[in-house]
Write a protein that binds this ligand. Sequence first.
Ligand SMILES: [Zn+2]
Length: 257
Amino acid sequence: MTELSLAYIFQQQQLLVDENFQLPRVEKLASDLSFSSGDQVIARDLLEDESIPEGFQLVPIRQLLQVWNTQQFEQASRAIQLLEWRRNHKFCSHCGHKTEVHATQYAMVCPACGYHQYPRVNPCVITVITRGEDEVLLARNARNKLPIYGLIAGFVEVGETLEEAVRRETFEEVGVQLKNIQYLASQPWPFPSNLMIAFKAEYAGGEIQLQEEEIRDAQFFKFDQLPDIPFKGSIAHAMIMHVTQGTPVADDTKAWL
Ligand SMILES: [Zn+2]
């Protein structure tokens, strides 16, 4: 009898699960991506001629973030990112030859020139900024139509330290200066392949000046008068609760909820 594998089967940003949001078990195919934690877990895209099995449905991944625990979400997040990477590295970026999947590592290997392409993670800093004992700086993203106030975030540039990225992004987006920048926690974020690196910092000076193409509004809010903030399960939510309520950003088991 063939042993069945637990399967992450995607169609774009949706995942196949049953009515209790549990994963299906399927026969492993040679083209499936296996996890290093064992051959029992695989990931693949829904095959073109594959129908959705009875009792299963495609659910948006962001929705699963609300119902799954951290460990389940992180494994799914890894599956999404590895599949995405494999899809985008079918050819060697050095010589253009067709690549092959490495037998034991997460690498796409070029049989012609030997170049190895590894999955890339994009570091992104996110900062919760406080002023005095009871105020936090929250900003409304220009692209978000909902009236939700989140944190200043942005990608780390080549040659920059994380702290420099925190200072630069904050100054560019809201025009204020910071002091006492401290690392808090991190969270892999598979939309598409970011590592969110969380910092807290204190306001050091400057008037709020918006970078209007990025930020619609930014204000210092009293801890007990917060506007709508990002959803529970996001690192921004955990960071805002951390400074306003004193809750941990992450415990030893990396639970965000
Ligand atoms: Zn090559």
